[in-house]
Design a protein around this ligand. Structure first.
Ligand code: SAM
Ligand code: SF4
Length: 327
C-alpha cells in the first residue's frame, strides 16, 4: 500500500461516501428551500461500484470510510455495503453519519455487518422544534431511541452533531452542553456553513461565542477526542462524563489538516466540500476502466485538492446542496 498525499503534503486517508441524495428530512441548513431535483436511480452508484472505488482507494492509502447521504438509512440494504467495505482488509474504521430517525431498527444489523460507529445529527432537544428545523414530521423520540440503540449494540462512541443556527437553536447550546455532564454524550457544535448561496456568511454563531455561553457551567478543559483525529477540538466540563467538540469551518478553518475525499452518490469524487470541482468516476467505471485507470482518476482529484476554502469571503459551492455531497 502506498500513501496518498496532495500538492500541499497533506496525507489523504479518509473517504466519505454519499450513498444517496435522498432524505426523509429537509433540514433548513442543508436542503435549499426550493427543494432539490433527485438524481435518477440509474445515476446512483450501485453498491458493487462503490466497493470497486473503495478498494482502489484503499490500495492507495484510504483506511477510513464514512457513509453519509442524504440520509444513508433511506437506501435499502445498507448493511450489505457495510459488509463489503468491512471485507477490505486495510480499511480499519467504518462509520456512518445519520439523522438517527431510522437508526433504532437498523443498528444491530449494521453493527453485525461491520460498522464501527455512528455520528447522529441532533439540532434540538425540544420535540416541538424538530419539525420546523427539519421541515418534516420527525419525532425527537425516534432520534433518542436511535442514540440508545446505537449505544446498546456498541456502535460507539456515538457523536452528536448539532449545527448551531442563529435565532433558531442557538438558545440550546447550554442545554446540549449540560447533557454531557451526567450522560456520556459526545456533543459537537458545528458552525453553520453557507451553502448554495442560501446562508451567507457571517450569519453563524462562532465557537468562541458558544464557549462563552458554556462557561456558565464551568471551565472547559481541553481533552483528546474519544476516537479519530477529525476537525473538532474537544473539551470536557469539570467531572463531566461526556465531551464537547467544536467544529469551526467558518471562524477558524481546518483545511491545513484536511485528509478527506468525498464521493457523491452519482459517482463524482470531490476533493473539497466547499468547491464545485469534481472528477467523474462513474462513467469510466461503467465504461470498463481498469483498477489502474480508476486510481489515476483518484490521483487527479487529489492533485487538484484546493489548499483551503474561502467561505468567509462568500466563495461557496453552488452546484450541489450538502444533501448531495454528504456534509
Ligand atoms: N443525513 C445525515 C445527517 O443528517 O446526519 C447525513 C448527511 S448530512 C448532509 C451530514 C452532516 O452535514 C450533518 O451532520 C449536518 O449537520 C451537516 N450539515 C449539513 N448542512 C450543513 C451546514 N450548512 N453547515 C454545517 N453543517 C451542515
Ligand atoms: Fe437530510 Fe441530513 Fe441534510 Fe438533514 S442534514 S436534510 S437529515 S441530509
Amino acid at each position: 500500500m502506498t500513501g496518498l498525499s496532495d500538492s500541499f503534503q497533506r496525507p489523504i486517508n479518509y473517504l466519505r461516501i454519499s450513498v444517496t441524495d435522498r432524505c426523509n428530512l429537509r433540514c433548513v441548513y442543508c436542503m435549499p428551500f426550493s427543494g432539490v431535483d433527485e438524481l435518477a436511480h440509474e445515476d446512483i452508484l450501485r453498491y458493487e461500484e462503490i466497493d470497486t472505488i473503495a478498494r482502489a482507494a484503499a490500495e492507495m492509502g484510504i483506511d477510513k470510510v464514512r457513509l453519509t447521504g442524504g440520509e444513508p438509512l433511506v437506501r435499502a440494504g445498507l448493511p450489505e455495503l457495510v459488509a463489503m467495505l468491512a471485507d477490505i482488509e486495510t480499511i480499519d474504521d467504518i462509520s456512518l453519519t445519520t439523522n438517527g430517525t431510522m437508526l433504532a431498527k437498523h443498528a444491530a444489523e449494521l453493527k453485525k455487518a461491520g460498522l464501527n460507529r455512528v455520528n447522529i445529527s441532533l439540532d434540538t432537544l425540544k420535540p416541538e422544534r424538530l419539525p420546523s428545523i427539519t421541515r418534516s414530521d420527525a419525532e425527537l423520540a425516534d432520534v433518542l431511541e436511535g442514540i440508545e440503540a446505537a449505544r446498546g449494540v456498541g456502535l460507539e462512541p456515538v457523536k452528536l452533531n448539532m449545527v448551531v443556527i442563529p435565532g433558531v437553536n442557538d438558545d440550546e447550546v447550554l442545554d446540549f452542553a449540560a447533557k454531557t455532564i451526567d450522560e456520556e454524550w459526545h456533543v459537537r457544535f458545528i458552525e453553520l456553513m453557507p451553502v448554495n448561496g442560501e446562508n451567507k456568511a457571517p450569519q453563524f454563531v462562532a465557537a468562541s461565542d458558544m464557549k462563552k455561553t458554556i462557561d456558565k457551567l464551568g471551565k472547559l478543559e481541553p481533552c483528546l477526542p474519544s476516537v479519530g483525529n477529525g476537525p473538532a477540538k474537544y473539551f470536557r466540563l469539570p467531572n463531566a462524563r461526556g465531551t464537547i467538540g467544536f467544529i469551526t469551518p467558518v471562524s477558524e478553518h481546518f483545511c491545513f489538516n484536511c485528509n478527506r475525499l468525498r464521493l457523491t452518490a452519482d459517482g463524482k469524487l470531490r476533493p473539497c466540500l466547499m468547491s464545485d470541482y469534481e472528477v467523474d468516476l462513474k462513467e469510466p467505471l461503467r465504461g470498463g476502466v481498469a483498477a489502474e485507470g480508476l486510481k489515476k482518476l483518484i490521483e487527479e482529484a487529489v492533485a487538484n485538492k484546493p489548499q483551503q476554502h474561502h467561505i468567509a469571503e462568500g466563495d461557496v459551492p453552488r452546484q450541489r446542496p450538502f444533501s448531495q455531497v454528504g456534509g
